[in-house]
Design a binder for this molecule. Structure first.
Ligand code: GDP
Ligand code: MN
Length: 375
């Protein structure tokens, strides 16, 4: 077979492949734009904001799969469960990621759950279709039963009927149903310069429709110049990193450079840093409080080092968050705080009134933390 290989030849080391990983809700928006059915949904950041009738499925929007098994997907049947579930999901760490938002979706009536994916096969220079009759959270455990073939758009009719057979539909499915779905998926894949589009599960409802229950999508960053991509996925990926679950010192800093320097200084001193956290500029009290609560997931903490050089962010905001954390988190370990920059005086006043001490440099924070460790 002759295939156009030139522009998709195997990637050599000369070419850097960057992938833009989308969050589920971002990927589903692209699916919907392409005509693929997705559940009726709304984004949720507080429990008051739900505009959907119950029951709903609440899903943590982190850029990683396996959420179902880690408690990141919750079915809410009663109004009374909602507030607690939203609050719990917003601080639930999933493999080192925290969501900034949750996706609430209508709960679908499931007849079958399939696996369906399109991806670029770089060796052959083609788009490949991969499917399995049994999708869902156990997909990694399937070692056989995959249907794999090259996806040629002009063969979509034949591919659709092969797929229907491999999924066990025999003659029961309207012939065009899968055909339209595959065409829309392929168009979505190409139009967005995707390298991966995975739907797991693809839900066949009791009403006889296919709806994307979940979607994982990666786009080719090299094509960014021809799109207006404004996805949140990238920023969520870099601002928090779990370094050591048994770490004894947590860190909070602003700016990636300062956050890295803080982690390095902690490690160099012989203390064990638990995490990297860059709170960025302009963090509000609420997101700072969430950060503190997230750190409480580390069970061996003996201290938190806070190292802020405020520019866009403001020391008084940080101070207010620290005071709120002291008041609301009874298990908060000792804080070693170094603040500098915008609104420093106001912050000092607030902290002094609250009886919270600060230190002049990061080095002082580390020395105090070391001394406390040796007690
Ligand atoms: P993942 O674990 O990160 O891949 O998250 P998914 O979005 O795939 O959700 C995990 C599982 O939750 C799915 O495999 C489904 O079994 C279930 N699930 C997700 N959405 C719905 C829904 O709308 N209704 C029902 N009943 N189950 C759902
Ligand atoms: Mn999934």
């Amino acid at each position: 077979m002759n295939k156009p290989k030139d522009h998709l030849s195997p990637l050599s080391s000369c070419c850097r492949l960057e992938r833009v990983k989308l969050l589920e809700y971002e990927a589903k928006q692209l699916l919907a734009d392409a005509g693929v059915l997705v559940p009726v949904s709304s984004l949720v950041q507080t429990s008051e904001a739900l505009s959907l009738p119950l029951p709903v499925v609440l899903k943590s929007q982190v850029p990683i799969g396996g959420r179902g098994k880690l408690g990141g997907v919750q079915i809410i049947e009663q109004v009374a469960e909602l507030a607690d579930a939203v609050e719990a999901l917003l601080v639930l760490d999933i493999k080192g990621y925290l969501p900034t938002v949750l996706l609430a979706e209508e709960k679908l009536l499931i007849q079958h759950e399939h696996y369906l994916a399109l991806r670029i096969d770089r060796i052959e220079g083609v788009v490949q279709l991969m499917a399995h009759p049994k999708g869902g959270v156990e997909i990694e455990t399937h070692t056989s039963g995959f249907f794999t073939r090259t996806f040629e758009p002009d063969q979509v009719e034949a591919i659709a009927s092969q797929l229907a057979l491999s999924w066990g539909y025999e003659e029961t499915l309207p012939a065009t149903l899968l055909q339209y779905l595959l065409t829309d998926l392929y168009d979505c894949f190409v139009a967005n310069d995707a390298t991966l589009l995975e739907i797991n599960p693809l839900i066949y409802t009791t009403e006889g429709t296919f709806i994307a229950g979940d979607c994982k999508m990666e786009l080719d960053d090299n094509a960014a110049f021809r799109h207006d991509w404004q996805f949140e996925a990238k920023s969520t990926e870099t601002n928090f990193v779990t370094l050591d679950l048994a770490g004894t010192i947590a860190t909070i800093a602003n700016g990636a450079g300062l956050a890295m320097a803080t982690v390095d200084a902690v490690a160099d001193s012989g203390l064990v840093p638990a995490n990297f956290l860059d709170i960025g500029g302009g963090s509000d009290i609420k997101s700072l409080l969430l950060a503190f609560e997230r750190l409480m997931g580390f069970t061996h903490l003996q201290g938190i080092i806070i190292n802020i050089v405020a520019g866009i962010s403001r020391c008084d905001e940080i101070a207010r968050a620290i005071i709120a954390a002291q008041a609301h988190i009874p298990t908060l370990p000792p804080l070693y705080i170094r603040l500098a920059g915008t609104n420093y005086e106001e912050a000092m006043e607030l902290l002094t009134d609250a009886g919270i001490a600060t230190l002049p440099t990061l080095e002082d924070c580390i020395i105090e933390a070391q001394e406390a460790h040796h007690l």
